[in-house]
Design a protein around this ligand. Sequence first.
Ligand code: LHQ
Length: 261
Amino acid sequence: MASILVSRDAGVLSVTLNRPDKLNAFNPGMHKLLRDALEQALDDDAVRCMLVTGAGRGFCAGQDLSERDVGANAAPIDLSVSLGSNYNPLVRRLRALPKPIVCAVNGVAAGAGANIALACDIVLAARSASFVQSFSQLGLVPDSGGTYFLPRLVGTARAMGLALLSTRLSAEDAERWGLIWKAVDDARLMEEATQVALALAAGPTKGYGLIKKAIHASAGNSLDAQLDLERDLQREAGFSEDYREGVAAFVQKRKPSYKGK
Ligand code: LHQ
C-alpha cells in the first residue's frame, strides 16, 4: 500500500498521507513520496493548487516512533540527520511552492504532523481534529518550523504553553486562537476543503504565488523592506496575463477566466 496517495483533478493535486494504522506517522519512504508529489506540483503547469489530507482517523502523528531504536544498547540517534534530510526540506518546499496549498486536517495532528499542517497556506480542520506539540513529552524541541510558526501565529504566551505543556488544542480553539483558517463540521471537511482548492486552482496562480512570497517574507522584514518587496512583486504580477484578464473582466462586467499565467 503506497504511503502517499496522489491524484490530479481540475488543477488540484490531492495528496493523502496514507499510513492510517500509525496515524500517518512519517517514515523515510513517505518522505520520499511526498517529495515526489511536491516536485510534481512545482513542475506540472496543470497543477494550480495542492490539497493535503490524511487517511483514516488521524492527520499525521509526526515521526514514526516505532522506527527508532532507543534501547539501552543502541547507539545514540542523531536526530539532526532526519531533520536535515527530510523534515526541513519538506517545510521549505511547502513554503516555497509558488502555488497555494490547502490542508484538510481530518484528525489529530501531532509533533511534526502539526507543524507540517501549519506550513501549508490555508488550514481547515474537522471539528473533531486537534493539534498537539507532543515534542516536550519526549524531551524534544518543536521542529519542522514549530518554534517559528507558533509564536507568529498565536503569540509567545500561547506558543510557550503549547510547546512546554504539549496541550492538545481542539480545532475550534485553533481557529479561535488564529492558528488555522477554519474549523468545520467533520462531515463537511473534505467538501469545504475541495471547494477552496478548486476555487484557488481556477484563480490567478502567479499572483497567488507572489502573495505567498510577500506574506511569508513579512515576518522577517521591516516596513520599508516590505514596501519595496510589494513594489517588486506587484511589478511582476502586473506583467501576468491573469492581471490583464482580471481587469478586462471587471470592466466588461463578466467572470474572469484565469489561465494561471
Ligand atoms: C504511532 C505514532 C507515531 C508510530 C501514533 N509513531 N506509531 C522529527 C525528526 C527527528 C526526530 C524527532 O522528531 C521529529 C518530529 C516528531 O514528529 S517528534 C513527535 C513524534 N510524535 C509524537 O510524539 C506523537 C505520538 N503519538 C501520540 O502522542 C498519540 O498517538 C496521538 C496524540 C497522536 C493520538 O493519540 P490516540 O488518538 O490516543 O491514538 P493512539 O495513541 O492509540 O495511536 C493509534 C495508533 O497509532 C497506535 O498504534 P496501535 O497499534 O496501538 O493501534 C499508536 O502506536 C500509533 N501511533 N503515533 N508517532
